[in-house]
Design a binder for this molecule. Structure first.
Ligand code: C2E
Ligand code: CA
Ligand code: CA
Ligand code: CA
Length: 279
């Protein structure tokens, strides 16, 4: 009826007003979050299926604000990008996670890879490689064990400068993985030309693996595409043994997900590494 229609509009207006207010609140709080020490990092294991061992960990940012509580990176990263705060925050993530890696390394475990998410805006900056180099020097992080997770949109403006940066990073021994693969717009031609070593298939592709008949064919093709281009393939968001078995059968190289481990605190990473001899 007309009445419920009006109520729905009202609800919708309340909802979007609420959204805008929340964005403004996040924006204000985010500007002070670094100074107030409100960020922390957790680390999610990556498992190599071919070698049946821990391949590395991915650093994931956490934000806990007194008024807002825990805010998801899905909510605040876009705001950090819009406000330019992504640059100091991104540098903080890089520095802190490299420091953690150096501490793990000193504890005597076999070194594993540290993966760090890099926003397209960070990557686009002219001084990106330079400031990364400064952090590596400062922390003592071994670039041979560093992997950058970049999204397709970082690569989309496939200019000479992008190629130069990737070549420089490659020369340092840094790995590049293409995050959220399948959700962007890379053409086959671009993919072929990209100097990336790992395709990271977005979690959305595994969610309906066994419910949608075409999904298996799609994911299988993505794995084969990666392999045909000489890349390794990682599937994220693996939650069940059925999914794992299917991926083993399709010769997926690496997996990550709650089935193996949720993101861990820094202090629990070494414990985890020592406790898993085999998955
Ligand atoms: P992402 O890079 O695709 O990271 C994977 C997300 O999936 C993480 O969420 C992780 O906790 C979650 N996840 C992992 N395994 C499973 C699973 O088995 N099931 C389910 N349901 N979820 C799983 P998180 O930590 O909330 O991060 C969300 C996104 O925020 C990340 O997506 C990434 O795009 C961004 N992000 C996180 N940390 C950083 C950072 O330091 N810098 C930048 N630029 N972006 C970050
Ligand atoms: Ca990632
Ligand atoms: Ca991802
Ligand atoms: Ca994702």
């Amino acid at each position: 009826s007309k009445r419920t229609g009006k109520n729905q509009i009202k609800e919708f207006e309340d909802e979007s007003k609420h959204q805008i207010l929340r964005t403004v609140e996040i924006e204000k709080a985010l500007a002070q979050a670094l100074d107030r020490n409100e960020f922390s990092l957790v680390y999610q294991p990556k498992v190599s299926l071919t070698q049946n061992r821990l391949e590395g960990v991915e650093a994931l940012l956490r934000w806990n604000n007194r008024e807002l509580g825990h805010v998801s990176p899905t909510d605040f990263i876009p705001i950090a990008e819009n406000t330019g705060l992504i640059h100091p925050i991104g540098n903080w993530v890089m520095r802190e996670s490299c420091r953690a890696w150096v501490r793990w390394n000193k504890s005597g475990v076999k070194p594993f890879t540290l993966s760090v998410n890099v926003s397209p805006l960070q990557f686009a900056r002219e001084d990106f490689v330079e400031s990364l180099q400064a952090i590596l020097d400062e922390t003592g992080m071994d670039p041979m064990f560093l992997e950058l997770e970049v999204t397709e949109s970082s690569m989309l403006s496939y200019e000479e400068s992008t190629r130069e940066k990737l070549t420089q990073l490659h020369q340092f021994g840094i790995l590049i993985s293409l995050d959220d693969f399948g959700t962007g717009y890379s053409s086959f031609r671009q993919l072929r030309e990209l100097p990336v070593q790992v395709l990271k298939i977005d979690r959305s592709f595994i969610v309906n693996l066994f419910t949608d008949r075409n999904q298996e064919a799609i994911v299988r093709s993505m794995i084969q595409l990666g392999h045909n281009l000489g890349m390794k393939v990682l599937m994220e968001g693996v939650e069940t043994s059925d999914q794992l078995e299917w991926l083993l059968n399709e010769q997926c190289d690496y997996v990550q997900g709650y089935y193996f481990s949720r993101p861990l605190l820094e202090k629990d990473v070494v414990k985890h590494v020592k406790s898993v001899t085999t998955y």
